[in-house]
Design a protein around this ligand. Sequence first.
Ligand code: GDP
Length: 617
Amino acid sequence: MKKPQYHPKKNDAPKNRVSNFSDRPHGRKQEYAKVNGGVFVYSKPISVSELSKAINVPVPAIIKTLFMQGKAVTINQILDDETIGTLCLEFNYDFKKEEIVDATHFENLEIKDDPSLLEERPPVVTVMGHVDHGKTTLIDAIRSSHIAEGEAGGISQAIGAYQKEVHGKKITFIDTPGHAAFAEMRARGANVTDIVILIVAADDGVMPQTIEAIGHAKAAGAPIIVAINKIDIPGANPRKVKEELMAHDVILEEYGGDVMSCEISAKKKIGIDNLLDMVLLKAEMLELKANPNRYAMGTVLEANLDKGEGPKATLLVQNGTLQSTDYVVVGEIYGKIRRMSNEFRQVLKSAGPSTPVSVIGLSGVPSAGDRFMAFPTEKEAKDIAERRALEKKQQTQAASAAMSLSDLNNLINAGKVVDINCVVKADTDGSAQALKQSLEKLSNDKVKIKVLLAQAGAISDSDVLLASASNALIFGFNVRPDARVRQKAAEEHVEIHLHRIIYELLDEMKDAMKGMVKAELVENVTGQAEVRHLYKLSKVGTIAGSYVQSGYIKNGSKVRIMRSGVIVYEGEIGSLKRFKDDAKEVKEGYECGLTVANFNDLKEGDIIEGYEMVEKE
Ligand code: GDP
């Protein structure tokens, strides 16, 4: 038998790879929001003022419309898609979001190569099935024979995927079993699996997670190969499994369908070779091809922060060839690969389509499911990563536009779901993703938990900024922020919760949710005052000589400043005086002098509305 070859030969590395964007617009499209035949077409998150320009509706009209709908926005606020849609319809435009396919959005790129440039690539296989049906045992059985076959001295490292050679052909296995990881990837738009091995224990039959796995495979358009496991157990009934599968539209070849199946014992290592042959046969039928003579693109399978080596990621090259000196953009970060290796820690010079590799050299820890692309120059990679980071920030801002705490009571009163945003940082990407899922599962019909970011790594300044911009809580699991980050969080009023035990973290969230649901806060308007004269004092800023029209204005009270019915600012009373004396409260029908903390842009005629949040009885 031919000995498996894990080092590509030197001349395997393509010399003239084409850049994936050599024939395409490279930068940001200048026009990303315009009206075209009555249709408002946009391609990236836009602000109120940008929308105003594009649809030719004055900013105040837009702000007012949103205000009437219970949304307070400012002129530079980025709008989410739903809000843009509502506004367009309100102002009689149809609307459409266009995906831009420039280098900044490389995941939208659909590469159409001349068929003559394509070469066969190994299939990428995932094992799925019900718990205890033998996924891990099967993966180990395939892997252990593989490790035994591996080159001497190779100490294997778990990188989340590996390649096995069968009859001189490679098969790539993703070795995180179970469909949670698979679903998570797909939810992020990453389809990495060509073939799903559906494992069903012959002594147990089709179970709930078997059915879920079938659903996932079908949704991903990945063909299934059924492996009926545990046939060594006396009383195992493969026929029953086959019939049960039929009830779920998995029709095996022997019943006239197109689904291959085989009987195995993962534990006794019976039938494994036959299963692998089937995988190769299916792969041949699928005609899986790619063009190795391109700069690589693919998906992050796993990532973590290695104490010694820094950010470390397993990348699956899906098209093109990755070289050990390439510049890559992953998610919103970029870097020059410093070392690329396989699961035997062997250094690779290049990795072609369907090859999983572990790389170090990235400037941060990406998330599983992030897409990556290699670029010829550092400038290009840096530029694109920066633009992606900017867009991500804008999108996060847009997503958080309707979630400020001051809107909370409106949302609850309107029977809307209250969102709690979270940023999760953990010591490994695996625990970050697990926490994300567990937290989001706590959502109920009143409170929806959204994890904006779940990542391996320390809690950083940018996490605090993200949390601050989106009114989110930060959860740290086995990671700690340094003093500078703590300081920043205090300034931004961002809460950081640190835990070392997952259940404690989840319990804390549950308690918070209870508190949040219990203490339904409602807004109580306490009074309104009209600004009549303005005095500017260099030391105190703008003092508004005002007349209390209704209720009372209280020192320190929360206020919003309304100008022509539009909220221009929300804040607090900084000081309140009646003649020369400090006043606690000034009642209806009286004049007062007041300042609004951190806001000097008051105008005559502004209405200052005081309010307080009270617990609903
Ligand atoms: P997973 O939850 O799907 O990953 O299942 P595991 O691989 O952990 O297997 C669950 C149990 O079934 C373990 O105790 C295995 O030893 C056992 N098992 C797996 N495959 C076989 C098999 O082919 N025959 C028998 N008798 N037991 C098996």
